[in-house]
Design a protein around this ligand. Structure first.
Ligand SMILES: Nc1nc2c(c(=O)[nH]1)N[C@@H](CN(C=O)c1ccc(C(=O)N[C@@H](CCC(=O)O)C(=O)O)cc1)CN2
Length: 291
């Protein structure tokens, strides 16, 4: 039996509609339009696509966007100055700095300067800390979106084993926190893990966030497991054309898993939908309004 394909694009579009309704409600009750500032530094083609998609999503969600596109050689001080300006702008409820930044700019310094109450990406150390102690704050968008997809197919994770492959600050570590909050028994695996295939085979929920195309094979997956593929890798096909693949060998994995996210159309659209959700949450919080 082949796996249920978790349609992240459809679920993200449904979320956009819910967000739009809530944004309109906030505007009607408090005269506040949620606002998201998006900063892109440089010409990385993938980043440009993601930013374009984020700005398109703001329009679908009734969120006002403030777009800042800066040249690749922009000095760090200029980016820091822009962040400060946005921190002080009452029309801006969320600030997003697209990563990666060019090498002359210290990402930690920029992310650390974002007002934690406007940190729509959830990367500020204060929000990282709040998540780790289970207090309300901003949750990074990719893990938040992945958790929503998991909940759709398995609402109760008590007694379930989850394996997160990858330990990045923006995906792996926050994903572990969210799975723990849902009472899963969580293992974090990474490049130094011994016998990674065997560890993956223990997972009822397997989250792949390694950034290596199709690394996780079908026979690494426990039959019936939920597989969440966070990877977005551009590879060349034999005909020389490019295509997107995840970190999981999808065609093999779907024959073993119970449910699986595709790439594209799985976690990616949910990342963007959760950025909208974080911005909406922030606007409600700032306005002192009830959802
Ligand atoms: N400030 C941030 N920078 C980056 C983040 C982030 O969450 N915040 N994550 C990634 C990139 N990313 C969001 O910015 C992102 C990646 C992919 C998608 C997406 O929808 N992918 C589509 C395919 C799109 C394509 O054709 O290339 C899909 O999977 O269906 C959304 C957001 C790094 N930087």
């Amino acid at each position: 039996m082949t796996a249920t394909i978790i349609d992240g694009k459809k679920i993200a579009n449904e979320l956009h509609e819910e967000i739009r309704a809530k944004a309109e409600k906030l505007t009607a009750s408090h005269g506040v339009v949620p606002g998201l500032a998006v900063i892109l530094v440089g010409e990385d083609p993938a980043s440009a696509v993601y930013v374009r998609n984020k700005v398109a999503a703001t329009a679908a969600c009734g969120i006002k966007s403030f777009e800042f596109k800066l040249p690749a050689d922009t000095p760090e001080a200029e980016v820091l100055g822009l962040v400060e300006q946005l921190n002080n702008d009452p029309d801006v409820h969320g600030i997003l700095v697209q990563l990666p930044l060019p090498k002359q700019i210290d990402s930690d310094k920029v992310l650390g300067l974002i007002d934690p109450t406007k940190d729509a990406d959830g990367f500020h150390p204060m929000n990282v800390g709040l998540l780790s102690v289970g207090l309300p704050g901003f949750v990074p968008c990719t893990p938040r979106g992945s958790a929503i997809l998991i909940e759709k197919v398995m609402p109760d994770l008590s007694g379930k084993t989850a394996v997160v492959v990858g330990r990045s600050n923006i995906v792996g570590k926050p994903m572990i926190q969210l799975l723990l909050q849902k009472n899963a028994t969580v293992t974090c695996a990474h490049s130094r893990t011994a016998d990674l295939p065997a560890v993956c085979r223990t997972a009822d929920i397997l989250v792949a966030a390694v950034g290596r195309p199709e690394m996780i094979k079908g026979d690494w997956i426990k039959p019936g497991a939920i597989v969440i593929d966070v990877g977005i890798n551009r590879v060349l096909k034999p005909d020389g054309k490019g295509k997107l693949v995840g970190d999981v060998a999808f065609d093999e994995a779907k024959e073993v898993a119970g449910a699986i996210t595709p790439v594209p159309g799985g976690v990616g659209p949910m990342t963007i939908a959760c950025l909208m959700l974080n911005t909406l949450d922030s606007a409600y919080r700032t306005a002192g309004a009830e959802m």
